[in-house]
Each structure stands twice: as C-alpha cells, then as structure tokens.
Ligand binder design. Structure first.
Ligand code: GRF
Length: 203
C-alpha cells in the first residue's frame, strides 16, 4: 500500500519507519519548521505542511487533508507525533488502514504528555501502544503493546528515551504487518493472522 506519515514534531518515528523501509510516499505535517520535515527531505520523501490556522474549521482542514491524500493515492496512514484529532470523515475513510502510536499503555494516560503523566503518577510500568484509529481519542482497537519499566532512579528523560527506543522498534514492524495484511481490523476486533513475538515488545 501507499502510506502517508502524519507528523508534527521531532520525527524520530518517521526516521525509524524510513530506515526500516516502510513504503511511505508522503509526509504531512500540521506544523511548520519541525524536524520531521527535515527527515522527509533527507530521505527524499515529498512533504506538505497543512497549518490549522489556515482553515476556518476542523472539517475544512480535514477536507483539504483528504483531498491531498486522495490526490497522492494514499491508501494507509501512520500517525507519528500528529497532535490533532482526525475528523470523522478522515477516520471513516481510512478505517482499518490508519494507525497511531501512543507513548503509554492505553487505556492508561491517553492524550497529551502521556510520558510525563505516567512519570508523575509514579507508575512502575508504562509503555507503548499501537492502535487502529477510531473516532475516539486514543481509544482505537489495540494492535500491539510494549511494556517499559520506570526505574526508581529514572528522570523523566530516562523514561522518555526508553519509551522512544521501544517505539522505534515496534512501530515500523506494525506498519509492515498492516501493509502485508498480517493484521487487520474486523469489526472492533484486531485479528493477527500470523503470530509475531514482537507484538508485546519481544524483538
Ligand atoms: C511519540 O512519542 C509518539 O508516541 C507520540 O508523539 C511522539 C512523536 O515523536 N504520538 P517523534 O516526532 O516521532 O519523534
């Protein structure tokens, strides 16, 4: 399938996907001047920035996004640091073909700053979740999770680095699995057609 990566930040997961060889043919950012756009350029992937403030409504923004994705023949979406909720028109169009990466063990700590939320809560374990995108906020059916320990002596940056390590291992493998049809969304259920040791963080 032809994938677009939706980004908005540092782009370390975009980099991990491109290094792994995921078939990403377009990068869309909701922010200008972010490192993720430099990553796209480094790998020679076309990119486009769609700034929310250029659109009057979320619907107008997502209509422009959908038009762009359609024009480029994009069949699947990998969200990586895209800090916007997709409009239901986009979610429904890409249902089962849009995935998101979240830096916590959902349903714990949804939303922004999940690593800090978990750290401040004092959890001993947190992690990484990859899920299909649905119309809720970080609620979609879970495809894979990696548990990540938080050690007593950790700073929040130590924990962040450990979480990013797992994201970079897990996300490209899941993009690949969705791409190859090894995992699919059937109704509300995630069906793995082939068992993989790394779907719970054993790489
Ligand atoms: C990741 O931690 C991801 O889980 C969250 O946003 C962050 C993106 O990081 N959704 P990067 O831009 O890929 O470095």
């Amino acid at each position: 399938m032809k994938w677009a990566a939706l980004v908005g930040g540092y782009g370390s997961n975009l980099e991990a996907m491109l290094e792994y060889g995921n078939p990403i043919s377009l990068v869309v950012s909701h922010k200008a001047n972010v490192r993720a756009l430099e990553v796209a350029q480094k790998f020679g992937i076309p990119s486009k920035t769609l700034l929310p403030k250029s659109f009057a409504t979320r619907q107008a923004y997502d209509q422009a996004l959908l038009n762009l994705l359609n024009d480029e023949g994009i069949e699947a979406l990998a969200l990586a640091g895209y800090l916007r909720w997709l409009d239901s028109s986009t979610v429904n169009y890409y249902l089962g073909r849009a995935i998101n990466l979240h830096p916590a063990l959902l349903p714990a700590f949804p939303g922004l700053n999940a690593i800090e939320q978990a750290f401040d809560y004092g959890v001993f374990w947190t992690g990484v979740t990859v899920h299909f995108v649905d119309n809720g906020h970080d609620t979609g059916p879970i495809i894979a999770q990696a548990a990540v320990p938080r050690y007593r002596e950790d700073t929040v940056d130590d924990l962040r680095m450990r979480i990013h390590y797992h994201e970079h291992q897990l996300y490209p493998r899941i993009v690949d699995a969705v791409d190859l049809g090894l995992v699919a969304l059937e109704g509300n259920q995630v069906i793995w057609k082939e068992s993989k040791s790394w779907i719970n963080g054993q790489y």
